[in-house]
Design a protein. Sequence first.
Length: 153
Amino acid sequence: MKEIKQIESFKADHDKIVPGMYISRVDGDLITYDMRTRKPNGGEYMDNITMHTVEHMFATYVRSSDIGEKIIYFGPMGCQTGFYLIVKDTEPVIVLDVVKKTLKQIINHKGEVFGASQKECGNYKNLALAPCVEECKKYLEVLNSREVDFKYE
């Protein structure tokens, strides 16, 4: 039987992680960012409608940014405490700047949620802009409140 390996994200000590932005792994020219909006196991988790809407809004705006062609993936963590962002060949300080700009775009968004139709989304009724905007405001405050060094410790 083949050995089962521990995945990288399970190696981080979740008792020490606080809200912020971290590099969780590097694979050649791909960097995976842990965009942690909540303390793991802290008792506060994102509800599905908030996670789903942030996913739609952030993914759309970030793929339309200056580094849009370098975005490989953006999506929620199953533990409901943040998101993963995978970016190709881009310096972390540039990614952080784009993340902040993207959050501001979501906060200032007027109109419908991107991809909020039955044709575009498999659970299109599970989207709401207001909780998404509140989530992005809180996360932007976290990123602006301290220097981001991209390390868990």
